[in-house]
Design a binder for this molecule. Structure first.
Ligand SMILES: *[C@@H]1O[C@H](CO)[C@@H](O)[C@H](O)[C@H]1NC(C)=O
Ligand SMILES: *[C@@H]1O[C@H](CO)[C@@H](O)[C@H](O)[C@H]1NC(C)=O
Ligand SMILES: *[C@@H]1O[C@H](CO)[C@@H](O)[C@H](O)[C@H]1NC(C)=O
Ligand SMILES: *[C@@H]1O[C@H](CO)[C@@H](O)[C@H](O)[C@H]1NC(C)=O
Ligand SMILES: *[C@@H]1O[C@H](CO)[C@@H](O)[C@H](O)[C@H]1NC(C)=O
Ligand SMILES: *[C@@H]1O[C@H](CO)[C@@H](O)[C@H](O)[C@H]1NC(C)=O
Length: 777
């Protein structure tokens, strides 16, 4: 984990904050028997009603450990390690959104901070809501140097519902701008989502305000558009708005165009209070509050003499565009992508180099760089720049580190960065983003009812003005994935086809049937369905349902291990009785002259990693697992993998066994402990950060190629092929290799996971037969 140039102080750091509840009584034990440390601490400062920001800083910081820094009186500072305790760390970790602390560090373990040492001799009981409520010498009163800066190590488990507010930079909360919205001026525009043009309104503590447009620049527009989920800004038709303004001023009749509520507000300008003026963004800010701007003290209209409310126009990314003609023109980046996110516009950042996808290491990863990624993918600016593999770890190469975008670059590839390899960084440090996306109102046309929690229930959709259920015939994980995405509830854990056991007191009529999705749609209405409702089953009993989850597993096969371990074995039939019983041989084996002769087997090892954010567990409960006496273990899934040999036109020429799996943690990456064990009817599954290894020499770990002629083929392995168990990403479940068989020996080349290559390289790969040396890169 040691990296070079660790001493570099970070300009942009994971930044958390929280609202401190305004009033609670301080529990100061009187006549405490505990020996008081020297110098004796004074009572803690009074809790303020303002936000106290806490963040982790320094090197080698992780998302859950680092030097503690506090933002007080407009300045970041540190805490001295004198008298520091686990109780202090517990309070700080909870303020950062973690459930508890596992340790703390002294003597500037994460490097020395700068500026103030805000607190010293801090003595928390452990249950305080904020570090401010603990005893200390008082703000800024310390005899320490930065050599004594304290740090914390938090348990890597988030407090449910805790919202990171590393959105905004430190100086932001002084301005107290919270949110931005557009009020469309033309009535028609109101119905069409997303709203891309209108009067800018800013939410601050007293409500919504408009901005005076004097000195307003396109750079300001860019920041506003970014916050609203749009990658690009457009010029507005100023004349249109000038005419509106003129008419309003001269009390002329309404213009011919219909104006909406926002438009009327705009026209009745005398009622508008311009609380904000002189906005001067650079265009690289991720939030308007990070731009220089001024608040008007009074409700003065005069603050904007000669001006009018700022109006912006934004260009949505292709995903959010109604006009399909424009959609084709706007191309999103083809050498950057997001993987493993539970929502649209979030995920691990992956970049394409030499036709192969790889990840970005998180050193110096910040909102400016994250925004460049978001915008080039057709989203707005970044809401969060996540470090420490928070949205799951990648498997392939690691290409970049210390990415330092200014914010104006068209692509992350145009930003300064360091070339690195997997030697210098680990996937534990994969960078990720959460982008601002436009409001589409998709969640308003679907709902789930009757479930035991807000994450599950019978699906109801709105067709016309009527809400009703969906027929569960053909209802699979793919359709359920779309529902969970549309509701903003993450991944689908289960596609439920019988929902009668949920609260069925108010089952509505069935209004949709024959739903068929590809799995990538943003709403159920984008999927195919019958024109008229036709469902063979009873609506009440067999309405479709979902169980959604914020996290899911993600299984990936180690492709290089398959390539390295492949060989052919001619195995005598007398050693294959058990395998035959388990259906691990091809059909022609039945006609063999048992026990004489042999079968030709293509053998290799499979190592299946769980790189997701939840454990992989078989769908069926253990009561329905099947005992396989021959191999002496239970099988928990009917079909866990497909092993196939395909010819050039994709036809199967041989297939491997399907059932013989008993899931367990064979081994885990550093710091993760094994939890699942196959033996003795143990719990089956694969823990996040662990893998299940099937060695080449175990029974049934093969493809029977006795009947296969020499030639060029593709070896394909697919894990969880029927989407039986939820995963965050199904595109990486297939692994393919070019395979050359000369009748005696076998060679594998270009083994890779389904989504690891560029499209161009994948096409070249598919054309393999005949050209052995098309190695990638
Ligand atoms: C104004 O809106 C009404 C109803 O919404 C519509 O009938 C009318 O044609 C619109 N007028 C113009 C000028 O767009
Ligand atoms: C705004 O200013 C006007 C006159 O300048 C005054 O009459 C009014 O009360 C003020 N409103 C508020 C909310 O301060
Ligand atoms: C990174 O490596 C590529 C070649 O793989 C080279 O073209 C590029 O200049 C290098 N960039 C940096 C910043 O070292
Ligand atoms: C659901 O049914 C109950 C009675 O079973 C009724 O009181 C309630 O209004 C119904 N709710 C809806 C949304 O129809
Ligand atoms: C995959 O297998 C190769 C070859 O045995 C090994 O070197 C590598 O560490 C494995 N990859 C992972 C992520 O475990
Ligand atoms: C695929 O190729 C095989 C020979 O390699 C041929 O027998 C078969 O008819 C082909 N199938 C299709 C659908 O083209």
């Amino acid at each position: 984990m040691e990296k070079s140039r660790r001493q570099q102080r970070l300009a942009f750091i994971l930044l958390f904050g929280l609202w401190l509840p305004c009033c609670f009584t301080q529990t100061t034990p009187s006549n405490s028997a505990t020996p008081t440390p020297t110098p004796s601490p004074s009572p803690s400062p009074q809790p303020r009603t303002e936000k106290l920001k806490v963040r982790l800083a320094g090197y080698p910081r992780k998302h859950n450990e680092g030097r503690i820094e506090l933002f007080y009186k407009g300045e970041w500072g540190t805490i001295c390690d004198d008298d520091f305790s686990l109780a202090n760390a517990n309070v700080l970790c909870r303020q950062l959104g973690f459930v508890s602390a596992t340790g703390w560090t002294h003597s500037a373990k994460y490097g020395k901070g700068q500026g103030k040492i805000w607190l010293d001799n801090v003595l928390c009981g452990g249950g305080e809501k904020s570090i401010e409520l603990c005893k200390s010498r008082g703000w800024g009163n310390s005899d320490c140097t930065h050599d004594e800066d304290a740090g914390v190590v938090c348990k890597d488990e988030r407090i449910p519902g805790f919202v990171d507010s590393n959105v905004i930079d430190a100086h932001v909360d002084e301005n107290k701008i919270e949110e931005v919205r557009l009020r469309p001026v033309v009535a028609m525009a109101k119905k069409k989502l997303p709203i891309t043009e209108g009067v800018v309104e800013v939410k601050y503590k007293d409500g919504w305000a408009q901005i005076c447009d004097i000195g307003w620049t396109i750079k300001n527009t860019r920041v506003v558009c970014g916050m609203l989920g749009f990658p690009h800004e457009r010029k507005v038709n100023k004349n249109f708005y000038k005419r509106l303004k003129k008419r309003a001023a001269e009390k002329l009749p309404r213009p011919k165009v219909n104006v909406s509520a926002g438009g009327r507000l705009y026209l009745e300008r005398q009622k508008n209070y311009f609380h904000i003026h002189s906005v001067a963004c650079l265009g690289t800010e991720v939030h308007l509050a990070a731009c220089p701007l001024e608040f008007s003290k009074a409700n003065a209209t005069s603050a904007c003499t000669g001006g009018m409310p700022a109006v912006v126009s934004c260009m949505p990314g292709p995903l959010f565009m109604q006009n399909s003609g424009l959609k084709k023109k706007l191309k999103i980046s083809s050498n950057v992508r997001l993987k493993g996110g539970s929502r649209v516009g979030e995920g691990r950042v992956e970049v394409l180099k030499d036709n192969e996808w790889g990840t970005v290491c998180d050193d110096r990863w910040n909102l400016q760089s994250a925004s460049v990624v978001c915008r080039e993918l057709g989203f707005g600016s970044a809401k969060e720049a996540l470090t420490g593999g928070r949205l799951g770890q990648g498997m392939g190469p690691i290409y970049m580190n210390e990415v330092k975008c200014v914010g104006q670059e068209r692509s992350i590839w145009n930003c300064p960065f360091k070339n690195i390899t997997s030697e210098d960084c680990h996937h534990m440090e994969d960078a990720a983003v959460r982008c601002n996306i436009p409001y589409m109102g998709l969640e308003n046309t679907i709902r789930i009812v009757g479930g035991r929690s807000s994450y599950e229930g019978r699906v109801e959709v709105q067709v016309g003005s009527k809400w009703g259920t969906v027929c569960s015939t053909g209802w699979t994980t793919k359709e359920a994935m779309v529902v969970c995405r549309q509701l903003g509830l993450g991944y689908s854990m289960h596609a439920v086809t019988e929902t009668w056991y949920w609260d069925s007191s108010n089952v509505t009529e069935m209004v949709m049937s024959g739903v068929k999705c590809t799995g990538s749609e943003m709403s159920l209405s984008q999927c195919q369905h019958h024109k008229t409702v036709s469902c063979q089953k009873a609506a009440a009993k067999f309405a479709a349902g979902v169980i959604c989850s914020e996290t899911a597993s993600d299984l990936v096969l180690n492709a290089s291990l398959v390539q390295q371990t492949v060989y052919i074995e001619d195995r005598p039939l007398h050693m294959l009785y058990c395998a035959a019983e388990e259906d691990c041989l091809s059909k022609s084996a039945a006609k063999a002259n048992w026990p004489y002769g042999h079968r030709r087997l293509l053998r290799f090892s499979s190592q299946i990693h769980n790189i997701g954010r939840a454990d992989f567990k078989p769908k069926a409960g253990r009561h329905s697992w099947v005992w396989h006496a021959c191999h002496g273990h239970y099988h928990s899934m009917d079909i866990f993998t497909h092993y196939d040999l395909l010819n050039a036109n994709g036809t199967k020429v041989a297939e491997g066994h399907k059932a013989s799996f008993c899931l367990e943690d064979t081994d885990c990456q550093e710091g993760v402990s094994k939890r699942y064990e196959c033996a003795n009817f143990g719990d089956q599954g694969i823990t996040v950060g662990c893998w299940d290894l099937y060695r080449h020499d175990i029974d049934c770990q093969w493809i029977d190629i006795t009947d296969v002629k020499p030639g060029n083929y593709i070896l394909q392995i697919v894990i969880n092929p029927n989407y039986e168990v939820a995963e965050s990403d199904f595109t990486n479940n297939a692994m393919k290799c070019n395979c050359k068989y000369d009748g005696h020996r076998i060679w594998l080349h270009n083994c890779h996971i389904g989504d690891a290559f560029s499209e161009e390289a994948e096409r070249r790969f598919e054309k393999y037969p005949g050209q052995l040396n098309n190695r990638i890169s």
